[in-house]
Design a protein around this ligand. Structure first.
Ligand SMILES: C[S@@+](CC[C@H](N)C(=O)[O-])C[C@H]1O[C@@H](n2cnc3c(N)ncnc32)[C@H](O)[C@@H]1O
Length: 365
C-alpha cells in the first residue's frame, strides 16, 4: 500500500491473472484501471472523499502520466446538476402526464417549417436548435437534453475530438443536431443517432437535413442493441470514441456491456450518460463504478434474462410499452469486467429549469 501512496510517476503493473489480495482490492476500490493488451496498468487516483492523505501524490501520478497513458482512460460523465443559475426565460413548458408520442413531434416539424424565416434557418444548426427550443418554450414540452446539459456534452466533444460518436436515443434530433455539429467542428467523421421509434427517427432526419448535417449524421432506426450489433457486423462501426446514453434507462447497462463485448469500447472511450441521478439509474451507476472483483462476483450470480432490474420504477420500466410492448433486455450480458471507469458527476439543469437532485454520497468534480 505504501508503494502506491508514494508512487508519483511509476505505475504498478500486474499480470492479468488476478488474486493479488488486499493491495489490489484497495486499488480497485479507489482507482482507474488502464487496460493494456498484455498487462493491466493500475494508475491510482483517489476521490477527494475517499482517501485524502494520499491524494496529492496519487494526483501527481495522474498529471504526470504520459499523454499516451492519459489517452487510455475510459471516462464516464454522468450529467447531474450544475450550480449556475438557470435562466427562467429559457424554461421549457411543464412536462405533462403524457409528454411524448402524442403527435407533438410532427407538430414541431410544422411549427419549424411554417416559420416565415425558414430559409435563414436552413443550414444553421444553431438556428434549428433555437427553433426547437422556441417550440418547447412556447408550445409543448420536449424531452430534449436542452441547452444547459447539451453545452456540457458539446464542450466534452470539443475536448475529446471523437472521430466517431454514437448516441442512444435521438428523439426529435436536438442532441443529434447539437452534437453532430460539435463533432464536425472538432474534425470528426461520423455521428450515429440510434432511435427506435421510426416516426421520431424521420423527424430527426428531417431536422438534420435542415441543419445541413446530413454528411456527418447517420440516423439508424431500430432498437439500440439490434442496431449496435448490425453496425458492428457490417464494419460501419469499429470503435466508439464518445457515446451519449439517453434512451431507455434499463438499457444503459445492457447496451454498454454489449458494446464492451464487441470491443467497441476501449480505454480511450468516453461515455456521457444523461438522467442517471434523476429519474435515476442505480444499476448503471453501480456497474460503471464497480471494481473488477465486484463485476466478476456479480457475473457469477448471473442476472435475469429479458428482465428489467426491479430497482426501476414501473413508470420507467413501462415508458415505451404503448409502442414497443414489454422490454426485452438481455441482463445476462457480462460486458468486459476488466474495464474500469473513472466517473465524474457534472451538475446541470433540466430544460424545464428543475435542478437534478444530488445523489447524497456522490463526489462532485
Ligand atoms: C430522452 S429521449 C432522447 C432525447 C435526445 N437525446 C435529445 O436530447 O434530444 C429518449 C429516446 O430514446 C428512444 N429509445 C428508447 N429506447 C430505445 C432503444 N432501445 N433504442 C433506441 N432508441 C430508444 C425513445 O424513442 C426516445 O426517442
Amino acid at each position: 500500500m505504501s508503494d502506491v501512496g508514494s508512487t508519483s510517476e511509476k505505475l504498478l503493473y500486474l499480470e492479468s491473472g488476478w488474486g493479488q489480495g488486499d493491495i489490489l482490492e484497495l486499488l480497485l476500490h479507489v482507482g482507474i484501471i488502464i487496460l493494456h493488451p498484455l498487462r493491466l496498468e493500475i494508475l491510482a487516483y483517489l476521490d477527494r472523499l475517499l482517501c485524502k492523505p494520499v491524494e496529492t501524490s496519487l494526483q501527481n501520478s495522474l498529471t504526470t502520466a504520459s499523454p499516451e497513458r492519459k489517452a487510455h482512460l475510459s471516462t464516464v460523465i454522468n450529467l447531474g446538476q450544475k450550480m449556475a443559475d438557470f435562466n427562467l426565460e429559457k424554461k421549457y413548458q411543464e412536462q405533462e402526464e403524457t409528454f411524448f408520442d402524442d403527435g407533438r413531434e410532427i407538430e414541431l416539424l410544422h411549427f419549424i417549417y411554417s416559420n416565415p424565416d425558414i430559409e435563414t434557418i436552413r443550414n444553421s444548426p444553431t438556428k434549428v436548435l433555437a427553433a426547437i427550443d422556441n417550440f418547447a418554450r412556447t408550445k409543448k414540452y420536449l424531452m430534449n437534453v436542452g441547452e444547459d446539459k447539451g453545452r456540457i456534452v458539446a464542450d466534452l466533444i470539443a475536448e475529446v475530438k471523437p472521430e466517431v460518436m454514437v448516441e442512444l436515443g435521438g428523439y426529435i434530433g436536438y442532441s443529434c443536431v447539437l452534437f453532430g455539429d460539435a463533432v464536425r467542428k472538432a474534425g470528426g467523421k461520423r455521428y450515429f443517432s440510434l432511435e427506435r421509434n421510426p416516426e421520431f427517427a424521420a423527424v430527426i432526419a428531417s431536422l438534420v437535413d435542415l441543419a445541413g448535417l446530413s454528411d456527418i449524421v447517420k440516423v439508424i432506426v431500430g432498437s439500440s442493441d439490434v442496431s449496435i450489433k448490425r453496425l458492428h457486423a457490417s464494419g460501419d462501426l469499429k470503435h466508439i470514441d464518445l457515446m451519449f446514453l439517453d434512451h431507455y434507462k434499463p438499457a444503459y447497462t445492457t447496451d454498454l456491456k454489449l458494446c464492451e463485448e464487441l470491443g467497441l469500447i476501449t480505454p480511450s472511450t468516453v461515455l456521457a450518460a444523461d438522467n442517471v441521478i434523476a429519474p435515476g439509474n442505480p444499476p448503471y451507476l453501480e456497474y460503471v463504478r464497480s471494481s473488477v472483483e465486484q463485476k466478476k462476483r456479480a457475473t457469477k450470480f448471473g442476472g435475469t434474462v429479458n428482465g428489467v432490474d426491479s430497482r426501476f420504477a414501473d413508470k420507467t420500466a413501462n415508458q415505451y410499452l404503448k409502442r414497443e410492448g414489454k422490454a426485452q433486455l438481455d441482463e445476462t450480458r457480462v460486458g468486459n469486467p476488466l474495464l474500469i471507469y473513472e466517473s465524474k458527476l457534472v451538475n446541470s439543469f433540466e430544460p424545464s429549469g428543475v435542478p437534478v437532485r444530488k445523489e447524497p454520497s456522490f463526489v462532485d468534480v
